[in-house]
Design a binder for this molecule. Sequence first.
Ligand code: PRT
Ligand code: ZN
Length: 303
Amino acid sequence: MAMRMTTDARIKIAVQKSGRLTDHSLELLVRCGLSYSRGKDQLICYGENMPVDVLLVRDDDIPRLVQEDICDLGIVGLNIIEERRLELISQGEKELFSEVGTLDFGQCRLSFGLPAGVPFEGPQQLQGKRIATTYPRILADYLKRNGVEAQIVAFSGAVEIAPSLGKADLICDLVSSGSTLRAHQLYEAATILESRATMIQTPKALVGEKARWLQRLLLRIQGVLQVKESKYIMLHAPRSALKAITALLPGSESPTIIPLEGRDDKVAVHAVCRENVFWETLEQLKEAGASSMLVLPVEKMLA
Ligand code: PRT
Ligand code: ZN
């Protein structure tokens, strides 16, 4: 009994076992301060310094594990989440997982791929066509919303070969660089879903210690995401140009102004910029009168 209680008090996060999201997902958790050891079977990473364990599974299983409350959290592409959400809704399921945040990796688009040379003039053109996809529910939902009837040819992979096999007129598949489409003489005609890795949470309310840890973890994730873009900038500014210079600092709220020993005409300005600071910005700052500029990466941030 005591054993079971300790297990239940731990947060379980479902992460893709091996694929495009794996390294980024684990890296995010490590940057949140988690250190873990990988179990012998390689299926669970046991958190050593936080009550957080990571279950390594196929990405397609992640929404179900979270929805059925086997895991408290999951990191998975919005494409998989949407497909599963539509399936659950069609089954009359009311208790779904909730989305807690969009992450900064796994970007891709669910788009129509048409044979090169066939122009795309809008959804009406899809009427009566055969469309191959691994996302039949998202596609059906799109067609319904656009009042179009088409034949959905469900594939489990390698959708891009469907047109050349004569199995479909066009495809609806994930695209990132577009090179797979090009290699099959297809082009990206229109996007129906923009996807990114997303964190989802169980529909069951967490309580006590576990709820507190979840809150801490979510705050840390937010911090990690903010930090990646943020820079700390230090510079010297003539008092007369202070207004113009602070207005140029990208995404900074209220900079710290520090007097300079022995100089009445100049001050030091320190600020956190929530966006990247490019060379162009530094050049503009210099033109406005700034000097001794330093841009530093931000290691950690907690609002
Ligand atoms: O084994 P498991 O089921 O866990 O993995 P999987 O093979 O189903 O998934 P995986 O690792 O390929 O992708 C995991 C997630 O990464 C997806 O669900 C998306 O959310 C996201 N993602 C981001 C992508 C892509 N980019 C992507 N380009 N998933 C797939 N692709 C494929 C696409 O299907 C097509 O075949 O890559 C090809 C197109 O790429 P480009 O660069 O040629 O356009
Ligand atoms: Zn998968």
